[in-house]
Design a protein around this ligand. Sequence first.
Ligand SMILES: [Zn+2]
Length: 195
Amino acid sequence: MILPIVGYGDPVLRKMGEEITAEHPNLPEIIANMYETMYNACGVGLAAPQVGLSLRLFVIDTTPFSDDEELPVEEQEQLNGFKRTFINAKILKEEGEIWSFNEGCLSIPDVREDVYRHEKITIEYCDENFVTKTEVFDGLVARVIQHEYDHIEGVLFTDLISSLKKKLIKKKLQNIMDGKSRPDYRMKFCNKKGR
Ligand SMILES: [Zn+2]
């Protein structure tokens, strides 16, 4: 089932996600719905708070990035079919060079900004079968994980830009809160009713 994506300004995007147990009700269904919602919106990642669930859960499929012919072939291959569910993730280490990439977010339509992040991460997480893994990722895969991980920590990419850039997008963010954006996927806006 495709779920509405929560827009910028909703308090759920600012909450720390709660840890999930293997007995969490309807977990396989929640995960399946999150993938469906992400694919429908042409996203490469989606975190539970973005569908109104304050949980430490996010899903990723970086395949759409693999078409970028400016990337090295090895990176294109790494991105193609990289589909992963992250439960109770914890980034243990961020290292390597800081590099910028123009990021966007399904909860913040029509806003894109260059965001600086470390090149390489070590992350511990449970997969959808609750098998604990510790893995190292780099490049764009790491970037997408870092963006989604921020969501379960209550952080948005617009928090990571300069105060001047924040000023420049203020109006756009207000428009999203007021429900004035019209992306081609279903959204839920915090101020839409009663204003
Ligand atoms: Zn996002």
